[in-house]
Design a protein around this ligand. Structure first.
Ligand SMILES: [Zn+2]
Length: 194
């Protein structure tokens, strides 16, 4: 997908001009990027700084100056594009060839319209509803599925089991009545749709 003759894209960009905002040198933009990336075997430059949110793990950083009101948050991939490639025209989005939101490798980035970006995202299945957690995959769960099976089969009283597993005895009773714990959903057959 990504073509490029340079084996180390960093070399091609080394020692470039500094980021200028309204004629003022604010910071060496290249350094700002290099210090916040982890180069992956697949060529991606994963942003190691702040991200927008766990669901949208795009890197983000603050640019501009408070003094002149130009201070704002920007996506790290957008910042990288502006630094290494050029300005982002109004109404255009910076998209990923590599489908890795964290990636800020300029050779993995391309300009598209926001609609392209949304279509691309839909095609890659990144715009799906958030996952529904069931069974032990739920991040808040205390017990594994096998512990729950143990509890259901165990001869311990609810109170004894509660003590043993570190949960409330009403929860044990609910488990045994089958009220609690949504069973694990069957694995979805949702491979790539090409
Ligand atoms: Zn990448």
């Amino acid at each position: 997908m990504v073509s490029g003759k340079s084996t180390n894209p960093l070399d091609a960009f080394a020692g470039g001009p500094e980021m200028k905002i309204r004629g003022q040198t604010v910071i060496d933009a290249y350094q700002r990027i290099y210090q916040n990336i982890e180069k992956k075997g697949n060529g991606c430059w994963d942003w190691t700084g702040a991200i927008r949110s766990p669901n949208k793990p795009y890197g983000r950083l603050t640019i501009g100056s408070r003094a002149d009101g130009s201070r704002r948050q920007i996506g790290a991939h957008q910042f990288s594009y502006m630094t290494f490639v050029g300005p982002i025209p109004d109404g255009m989005a910076v998209c990923h060839h590599c489908d890795n939101p964290r990636c800020v490798n300029p050779t993995h980035l391309f300009l598209g319209t926001w609609k392209d970006n949304a279509d691309d995202r839909d095609r890659k299945g990144r715009n799906k509803a958030p996952p529904t957690y069931t069974g032990e995959s739920a991040p808040w769960t205390k017990l594994t599925d096998s512990q729950i099976e143990e509890i259901k089969l165990s001869q311990l009283s609810s109170r004894e089991a509660a003590k043993k597993y570190g949960v409330h005895d009403s929860y044990i009773r609910q488990l045994r009545r089958g009220v609690r714990r949504i069973p694990e959903a069957p694995a979805k057959q949702d491979g790539g749709h090409d």
